[in-house]
Ligand binder design. Structure first.
Ligand SMILES: Nc1ncnc2c1ncn2[C@@H]1O[C@H](COP(=O)(O)OP(=O)(O)OP(=O)(O)O)[C@@H](O)[C@H]1O
Length: 238
């Protein structure tokens, strides 16, 4: 059973600082991710891996194609969804951990991680307990839970992001270089969380900088070719 079906997705960035130049990044992107499966997105640096995840999470608009996500009400095209619908999909169906944590001043780490659970309707105490358990599983010591993560190290911030993405048990989890700032022990925890997600029938779509991680967790790979160097759309521009 497919959780995500992406077909012919295309995306260009409009570079206003370069006279409205269109930079093609994604073209004809077509793949599926089934329940219980992890698909790794691969490709050269700058080929559009992060842009693809951001487009699927509703941060960027696409120019063409469909990205159908399985919900309780059937398949929904993320690319055609309104901002309000995207928020509902984020609440219940898809989670995303970017490489960088967007911190909210004065909000504690525990609240940041409990928030997705409270948005799913859990009461504050249960959400707090689950958030604390997820943070501890990711080796974030208890004394850090009450602090805002603004001053945390890169690896600690990445683990807060990952706790937030995994805690809500969303059917689709998207991960952008989830172990880039982590040591071996914490990378092993992330690997375990991915395997647990797969075993519970959830789908994982990830960009992994570490080829060993791809071998360990990915069932399939989807390769994105680099388009920008071969673009013929702006032959006059360098
Ligand atoms: N918001 C944006 N506006 C304009 N161009 C962008 C934007 N985001 C990304 N790009 C460009 O799109 C291309 C793809 O970037 P992206 O970050 O998706 O690549 P990537 O495959 O994830 O790279 P890496 O492996 O180095 O992280 C790059 O040429 C980048 O400069």
């Amino acid at each position: 059973m497919n959780i995500l079906e992406v077909e012919n997705l295309g995306k260009k960035f409009v570079l206003h600082l370069r006279g409205g130049w269109h930079l093609p990044v994604l073209q004809g992107v077509t793949f599926t991710v089934a329940a219980g499966e992890c698909v790794a997105i691969t490709g050269a640096s700058g080929s559009g891996k992060s842009s693809l995840l951001r487009t699927l999470y509703g941060n960027y608009r696409s120019d063409s194609g469909t990205a159908r996500l399985r919900t309780g009400q059937g398949m929904v095209d993320i690319l055609q969804s309104s901002p309000r619908e995207i928020l509902a999909l984020r609440r219940h169906v898809m989670a995303y951990a970017s490489q960088f944590l967007r911190v909210i001043p004065r909000v504690s780490t525990l609240e940041i991680v409990a928030q997705p659970l409270m948005e799913q309707g859990l009461d504050q105490q249960v959400a707090g307990e689950r958030a604390a358990a997820m943070l501890s599983a990711l080796n974030l010591p208890r004394h850090l839970h009450s602090l805002p993560p603004a001053t945390f190290s890169g690896g600690e911030q990445q683990r807060v992001n990952l706790a937030r993405a995994f805690v809500g048990q969303h059917p689709l989890v998207m991960l952008d270089e989830p172990t880039a700032s982590l040591d071996g022990d914490n990378a092993a925890v992330v690997q375990k969380l991915i395997m647990e997600a797969k075993h519970s029938g959830r789908a994982v779509l990830g960009v992994f900088h570490d080829p060993a991680m791809v071998r360990q967790v990915a069932d399939r790979q989807y390769f994105i070719p680099s388009l920008s160097e071969h673009s013929h759309e702006n032959p006059g521009l360098q």
